[in-house]
Write a protein that binds this ligand. Structure first.
Ligand code: ZN
Length: 361
């Protein structure tokens, strides 16, 4: 059991990256930096997706640990990766397997304290056929209420009344699905899956090609925050109960595993996820994928923070007087900055990684 794991958690993207690279160097690992071709961080500097690999190049079984798919959720994921390295992860990997750490899949969102990338795309909704994306008619019917163009009390009251009416007619899960399952028609809305393949998804493909090509058995843990009770960790599987990947996940992680396909999970069914991307890329090979989702605040608080963040970046701009308060709000919604939360979140991550290492053999 780690003492004071909260010390591993970063204060911003730049220091997170520095700490991760330093922990890699101290552990004797080389790293590969993939620089974003155009986006810049809040500090005006370039942004990177960094990877480090433990174990032999030609290993046939691997664990892939991803942080920052949803930018601002990277405080947690990066802290976990750096902490694991500092606490001797290298010594815990068997000679036959490898562990690939992918740091800050969406570095722009991490640096700007946003869930989305520089094109307002949700990376975990981006893996679709962009010529023929899925439709989300419920989102379209509620678009103005989900992401209003102004945040005056009158507009928000009307918007909330519309969402409440929808929830009363169709149920709360239907509302959560309308909002968060992914939409491809409102480029400046919430949970927008993008108009084209994002840089992050292209880089994921590159990592798979360049660092996981020999792998026949892959376990992926994608580190997320925002859904569930504070500090509780759920392993979200998109595979239905009784399917082979779901049963493998259950064997590894036990009661933490919940299937979003079966409605067991804190998450509804989603479209265009990287879970499905890996399933397509790994066809014919053994894949066990789960998103470790650690709860932060209530679903309503998280939604309200996302809505204000959307308004800030879409309408008001980063120089608006409310910018600092909204940025603080969104960061807190995905990263409660308390020692108690960090210790619980760390314990969930450490447990799930330990179980995955054991399953690799
Ligand atoms: Zn997430």
């Amino acid at each position: 059991m780690s003492r004071n794991p909260e010390r591993h958690f970063p204060t911003d993207y730049r220091s997170a990256r520095a700490a991760f690279l330093q922990a890699c160097t101290a552990a004797g690992l080389g790293t590969i930096a993939r620089v974003h071709p155009k986006a810049r961080g809040r500090d005006g500097k370039p942004l990177f997706l960094d990877t480090a690999t433990i174990g032999p190049r030609d290993a046939t079984s691997a664990l892939l640990l991803i942080s920052g798919t949803h930018g601002v959720e990277g405080y947690f994921g990066s802290g976990v990766q750096t902490g694991l390295l500092r606490e001797g992860l290298v010594r815990r990997v068997s000679n036959a397997a490898k562990v690939v750490m992918l740091h800050a899949l969406n570095p722009h969102g991490f640096s700007w304290d946003r869930r989305v990338d520089e094109e307002n795309a949700d990376i975990n909704r981006n893996f679709v056929d962009h010529a023929n994306p899925p439709r989300n008619p419920a989102y379209e019917a509620l678009a103005d209420a989900i992401a209003p163009k102004d945040i005056s009390p009158e507009t928000l009251n009307a918007a909330n009344a519309k969402l409440l009416a929808y929830s009363q007619a169709h149920g709360l899960t239907a509302l959560q699905e309308a909002i968060s399952k992914g939409q491809y028609a409102h480029q400046d809305g919430l949970y927008f899956g993008g108009k084209r393949k994002s840089w992050s998804v292209a880089m994921l493909e590159a990592v798979l090609r360049q660092e996981l090509a020999t792998v026949k058995k892959l376990i992926v843990i994608d580190l997320h925050t925002g859904l569930g009770a504070p500090g509780e960790g759920e392993m979200i599987s998109e595979d239905p109960p009784h399917s082979a990947p779901y049963e493998r996940a259950k064997t590894i992680w036990g009661a933490r595993v919940k299937s979003s396909a079966a409605g067991e999970s804190v998450s509804v069914r989603l479209t265009g996820t990287i879970d499905r991307a890996f399933a397509a890329w790994m066809k014919g090979r053994e894949l066990t994928f789960a998103a470790l989702e650690v709860g932060t605040r209530s679903t309503l608080d998280v939604f309200l923070a996302l809505r204000r963040d959307n308004w800030l970046h879409r309408i008001a701009g980063a120089r608006h007087p409310l910018a600092a308060a909204i940025t603080r709000e969104i960061r807190t919604a995905f990263y409660p900055n308390t020692a108690a939360w960090k210790r619980k979140a760390w314990a969930a991550a450490d447990e799930t990684v330990t179980a995955a290492l054991a399953a690799l053999g």
